[in-house]
Ligand binder design. Structure first.
Ligand code: DGL
Length: 273
C-alpha cells in the first residue's frame, strides 16, 4: 500500500466534514476522498441492514480510488457497520464512537455523561456499552435528537427553530446533572454553540472528530502509512468530494466550513458499487 494514497472518509451527508476538517488540520500532508451519501440521508432512522448495505457500497467506491485507510465519519454507520466491515477489509478502518467515548470518560469529573445522537446510534446502545467497558461505574443518559440532522442539512445553524428544538431535546439531560455531553452525531458540532448555550458552561461538550483524527494519525504511523511527501496546497485534487445527490448544495456548504474553497463536488451513482 502506497503511503501517499488518499484516506477515504464518508458520512450520510455533510456531517462527516467536521471529521474531515479535523484530519486536514492535524494531518495537512494527507490527501482525502470524501463521500457524502446525500441522496440516502438520513441514516439515523434506517435499519442496521440498510446502513450496512449502504456502507459496503460506499467502501467499494472508495476502494476504486485506492484509499489506504477509511474513516467512517458517521456515528450511525460506525454503530451499525464498523464491526462487520472491518472484518471484510484488508486496509485499516476506524469509526468515531470509540474516540468519542474515550474522550468523554476522561473528561467527566462526576461520572455522569450524556450522549445525543440519531435514533440508530442511541438505540444501538453502543456509546453506553463502550464507556462502561472503559469505566463500569459511569452513569449514562442518552437522548435521540432526530430533527438536528435535517436542520443542519438545511443550514439552519443559527436559527430560532433550532434553538427551540434543541431546548426541548436537551431538557431531559439538564435534569440529570451530567458534566459531559457527547455530540454523538457528526452533524452536531455544526450547532455546537446552540448546544453549549443551552447546556451551560459547566457541561463539557465532546466532539469525537478531534480524537478520531488523533487515533487515525497514530494508526497510520503504526502501519507505516503516514504520508511522507511535502505538504501540498489545499488544491482540488488533494481533497476530492463526491456525493450521491445535490452536488452544488454540498459544494457551497463544504466551502463554508472547510479551510479551503471546495471548487467541485462530483455526483456518483453509488448504488452501482
Ligand atoms: N452524521 C451521521 C451520524 O453521525 C448521521 C446523520 C444521519 O444520516 O442520520 O450519525
Amino acid at each position: 500500500m502506497d503511503r501517499n494514497s488518499p484516506i477515504g472518509v464518508f458520512d450520510s451527508g455533510i456531517g462527516g466534514l467536521t471529521v474531515a476538517r479535523e484530519i486536514m488540520r492535524q494531518m495537512p500532508k494527507e490527501r482525502i476522498i470524501y463521500f457524502g451519501d446525500t441522496a440516502r440521508l438520513p441514516y439515523g432512522s434506517k435499519s442496521q441492514d440498510t446502513v450496512l448495505r449502504y456502507s459496503r457500497q460506499i467502501i467499494r467506491f472508495l476502494m476504486t480510488k485506492e484509499v489506504k485507510a477509511i474513516v467512517i465519519a458517521c456515528n450511525t454507520a460506525s454503530a451499525y457497520a464498523l464491526e462487520t466491515v472491518e472484518r471484510e477489509l484488508d486496509i485499516p478502518i476506524i469509526g468515531v464512537i470509540r474516540a468519542g467515548a474515550r474522550t468523554a470518560v476522561h473528561s467527566t469529573r462526576n461520572g455522569k455523561i450524556g450522549v445525543i445522537g440519531t435514533e440508530g446510534t442511541i438505540s444501538s446502545g453502543i456509546y453506553t456499552d463502550v464507556m462502561r467497558q472503559m469505566r463500569p461505574d459511569i452513569e449514562v443518559t442518552v437522548k435521540a435528537c432526530p430533527l438536528f440532522v435535517p436542520l443542519v442539512e438545511e443550514g439552519l445553524l443559527h436559527d430560532t427553530v433550532t434553538d427551540e428544538i434543541a431546548s426541548r431535546y436537551l431538557s431531559v439531560l439538564k435534569g440529570r446533572f451530567i458534566d459531559t455531553l457527547v455530540l454523538g452525531c457528526t452533524h452536531y458540532p455544526l450547532i455546537r454553540s446552540t448546544l453549549g448555550r443551552i447546556m451551560g458552561d459547566e457541561v463539557t461538550l465532546v466532539n469525537p472528530a478531534y480524537e478520531t483524527a488523533i487515533e487515525l494519525k497514530a494508526l497510520l504511523e503504526e502501519k507505516d502509512l503516514a504520508c511522507q511527501g511535502a505538504e501540498e496546497d489545499g488544491g482540488n485534487e488533494k481533497y476530492q468530494f463526491y456525493v450521491s445527490d445535490l452536488a452544488e448544495k454540498f459544494t457551497a456548504f463544504a466551502t463554508s466550513i472547510l479551510p479551503n474553497e471546495v471548487k467541485e463536488t462530483r455526483k456518483i451513482h453509488v448504488e452501482g458499487y
